[in-house]
Design a protein around this ligand. Structure first.
Ligand SMILES: CSCC[C@H](NC=O)C(=O)O
Ligand SMILES: [Zn+2]
Ligand SMILES: [Zn+2]
Length: 439
């Protein structure tokens, strides 16, 4: 059959060097926001799918934003399926600040490091899924899964995921896939324990604005816009330091505190040489990226914002932007969006065991500090696990000189081979499946 010939012991396509070269090819496609080259990425992914005899379709919930959906049919298609998700877009880079251009996917011959935007976040994962499937298809002891395995390559995660994972998770296509568990991205870890995530913090983007009377730059007076704003900034910084201290002292994990970081400051009157210096501005604003853990008291944070950070008594107003607790606290059944990571969720145990079988070590389950598309799947009530197999790797997502070592990348493929095999062979109905069947 076509399937058999495509995956016949093809020495060439299964060699480490061809695996690395396919990874670099995907990295070389410039899918940086705000103008990602999605069609080139989609064409590449479909050519990979064809070489693996996977079924493929392109969904375009929004014109120009293709989502590539691949399918490896299982022998028992009635069992809930496995979804392997990854996003195709990457964040922008300041090219001149990189040692190697971010879309060259330069392979350093001395260290084996591959430098590219997306090497950690998260083109590695998308390609590793495919490479793991290539290995499973070539392995005489496996060949075909019991459960159907889907791969989704989604657009626009880095800008909120609406035309990608969000619309996908709400679609009829998705419903028909009868997904039972989702894998999505995690983070690199500098030590040799892989990190695994069962939930994430919810994003809150806050802009505070101060107003006050303008005046001569030489005059000392109360209640200027700058003074009003600075008082808030001081208060926010104290809160930030207290939260950060909890992490520094080791009493809380990164994902268990509220983070607050200033994203912009805007004030002053521009002049041809910079800014007018002897005029105190009548308006000033600052923007903050805030991340709130699922267990935090959201109401008291909102009260703190209204009363301490932007009090109307100090002529201040505030706006909570686009991402204010959006789809991030409760799922559609009203349950907190936390994927069970105990005996009640068989997928969790299967994942840990599969990683160990591939000679990997697994860390303590964590809350993802930022946002991922996993929240849209958890919102549907599905278990979703965040995992990117990168141990002994500095955390460089969204940073300059993002890289992944080629040997670490290859080890990650072994981890996925083991996980996909375990998930796709899992023949029992989970308690979730049973409750679905009862409905
Ligand atoms: C909140 S939508 C933006 C999503 C983005 N995800 C990864 O970095 C993040 O800032 O967490
Ligand atoms: Zn990502
Ligand atoms: Zn990212």
């Amino acid at each position: 059959s076509k399937a058999a010939s495509a995956v016949s012991q093809d020495e060439d396509s299964s060699s480490a060097s061809s695996i690395i070269s396919r990874f670099r090819q995907y990295l070389q496609i410039n899918t940086a926001q705000p103008k990602p080259n999605y069609h080139e990425a989609a064409d590449f992914l479909i050519s990979q799918a064809n070489s693996l005899s996977l079924e493929s379709q392109v969904l375009e919930f929004v014109q120009g934003k293709p989502l590539v959906l691949l399918k490896w049919p299982g022998k028992k298609p009635a069992l809930p399926s496995i979804l392997l998700n990854s996003h195709t877009d990457v964040v922008p880079s300041e090219h001149h600040k990189w040692a190697h251009p971010p879309f060259d996917a330069h392979l350093d011959s001395a260290t084996g490091n591959i430098y590219a935007r997306g090497s950690q976040d998260m083109k590695c994962v998308g390609m590793q899924y495919l490479e793991a499937i290539r290995k499973l298809k070539a392995s005489p002891s496996f060949r075909q899964p019991l459960r159907t395995v889907y791969l989704s390559f989604v657009p626009d995660e880095e800008i909120g995921g609406h035309p990608g994972a969000e619309m996908f998770a709400h679609s009829e296509v998705f419903q028909k896939m009868n997904v039972g568990v989702v894998l999505d991205e995690g983070l690199a870890s500098p030590d040799d324990f892989y990190r695994v995530f069962y939930a994430e913090r919810s994003p809150m983007w806050l802009v505070i604005k101060a107003t006050g009377p303008p005046g001569h730059g030489a005059k000392l007076y109360d209640n200027s816009a700058m003074e009003n704003l600075l008082k808030s900034i001081e208060s926010i910084r104290r809160f930030r330091a207290a939260q950060f201290d909890l992490v520094k002292s080791g009493s809380r994990a990164e994902g268990e505190v509220i983070s607050v970081n200033m994203a912009f400051l805007k004030a002053g009157t521009p002049s041809p040489t910079g800014f007018v210096m002897n005029l105190q501005p009548s308006e000033a604003q600052a923007g903050f990226d805030i991340r709130v853990p699922p267990a935090a008291d959201h109401l008291s944070l909102e009260i703190r914002i209204a009363e301490e950070w932007a009090p109307s008594s100090r002529n201040m107003t505030f706006e909570l932007g686009q991402f204010k607790q959006k789809a991030s606290v409760y799922d559609k059944f009203g349950k907190p969006m936390l994927t069970a990571h105990d005996g009640s969720n068989p997928w969790w145990g299967l994942l840990e065991e599969a990683i160990k079988n591939a000679n990997g070590k697994v860390g303590k389950p964590e809350i993802f500090p930022a946002s991922t598309d996993a929240r849209y799947f958890r919102e549907q009530g599905l278990p979703a696990i965040g995992f990117s197999p990168m141990a002994n790797t500095p955390i460089l997502l969204h940073d300059h000189n993002e890289f992944l070592n080629k040997d670490e990348y290859l080890k990650g493929i072994d981890a996925y081979e083991s996980i996909i095999k375990a998930f796709a062979s899992f023949d029992e109905r989970t308690s979730d499946d049973e409750s679905k069947a009862e409905l």
